[in-house]
Design a protein around this ligand. Structure first.
Ligand SMILES: NC(=O)c1ccc[n+]([C@@H]2O[C@H](COP(=O)([O-])OP(=O)(O)OC[C@H]3O[C@@H](n4cnc5c(N)ncnc54)[C@H](OP(=O)(O)O)[C@@H]3O)[C@@H](O)[C@H]2O)c1
Length: 315
């Protein structure tokens, strides 16, 4: 099969299209012919071995000390079931599915192996490109807003870094949960954020998030430039600060009303998000849909730090 492969850590051009053996599903896994995958901030971090401060050694132990253990990046896939493991229930060859491999990666390829636990049937109203787009930032935003910060109707939510994969979902999900949303973004993305439902858009070139004088019930930092002290200063009484990006020290010190850490990948969340896309509640913002052959370009867009929503590749 064709796959986007990298044998070392480095810049986008370490990734090349190669012919490699197809993976074989284990007993609880499903082999999926990938129709769409996303190139995410996580892929770019792992590709470049560029991890938040304090995480470098842990991440290298996980992903390969000197060179990548898993040469194929990609944690999200939407496609069609090609084979199922002996102990898989609920999925059959030919089913149209979407899911994640998380840290197992391997989705930037014609075929990928996914755990049946992290797979759902894709609603017919949702395209493969939309499914691949929503399943990285969507579960993160849903977890932190709904399950961690417990956003309630009428609360105020600040989304810092509102135009990326996490941010575009966070703005819409916070609105869906009944909140009043302030989105911090560049001027170029102000119209998009209004269209996605933000009540107010702040241009960070004019007013950095840390300089805002208002107070919010929930502050979600997707950029990593707020930190614990600035973030807490923006909180209303009993407010919650969520550091979606945090270094190891901040993660270890996150307690009480400061939250950090990895968002879990749950099939239940995937189902919820795909249903919200299917019924038109959630718009998936895909900046580019590219062929897998354009994988280097896809990584370059992510590395620019200016990605709008998601970058999709089609093997
Ligand atoms: N904790 C977790 O489980 C978890 C899960 C997913 C992601 N993450 C992390 O969360 C971060 C965000 O992920 P993502 O996928 O949303 O990233 P992304 O899509 O690459 O976000 C890029 C966006 O950040 C915006 N941005 C850059 N500088 C900004 C600033 N100073 N103020 C406001 N916005 C700014 C850019 O908007 P403009 O062009 O408008 O500047 C761009 O649209 C990444 O570091 C990722 O590793 C953590």
């Amino acid at each position: 099969m064709k796959a986007a492969v990298r044998r070392s850590y480095g810049a986008p051009d370490v990734v090349r299209i190669e012919e490699v053996p197809a993976p074989t599903p284990g007993a609880t896994q499903v082999l999926v012919r990938v129709h769409a995958s996303a190139v995410t901030a996580a892929d770019a971090r792992i590709r470049a071995a560029d991890f938040p401060r304090g995480y470098a050694l842990i991440a290298r132990l996980l992903f390969g000390l000197r060179r990548p253990r898993q040469p194929i990046l990609g944690g999200v896939a939407s496609g069609v079931v090609e084979a199922v493991g002996a102990r898989v229930e609920g999925f059959e060859v030919g089913d149209v599915v979407s899911g994640t491999t998380g840290l197992g990666l391997g989705c930037h390829a014609e075929l990928a192996v996914l755990s049946a636990k992290k797979l759902v049937h894709k609603p017919a109203e949702v395209s493969h490109e939309q499914a691949a787009g929503v399943l990285f930032g969507g579960p993160t935003a849903l977890h932190f807003l709904r399950d961690v910060a417990h956003v309630q109707p009428g609360q105020t939510v600040l989304v810092n870094g509102a135009s990326g994969a996490v941010g575009t979902n966070a703005v819409q999900l916070a609105k869906h949960l009944g909140a009043e949303v302030t989105a911090v973004t560049s001027a170029a993305n102000a119209v998009l954020l209004k269209q996605l439902g933000a009540d107010r858009v702040v241009d960070y070139a004019l007013t950095p998030a840390a300089d805002l004088t208002e107070r919010f019930d929930v502050v979600l930092d997707n950029v990593g430039n707020l930190g614990r002290d600035d973030g807490r200063r923006l909180l209303a009484r009993d407010g919650v600060l969520v550091l979606v990006v945090a270094d190891l020290g901040e993660t270890l010190r996150a307690h009480g009303n400061v939250k950090a850490g990895p968002a879990p990948e749950r099939a239940e969340s995937f189902g919820t998000l795909l249903d919200l896309v299917a019924d038109g509640t959630l718009t998936v913002v895909n900046q580019h849909v590219l062929d897998l052959a354009d994988i280097v370009q896809a990584h370059e867009v992510v590395d620019s730090g200016r990605k709008v929503g998601n970058i999709i590749v089609r093997p």
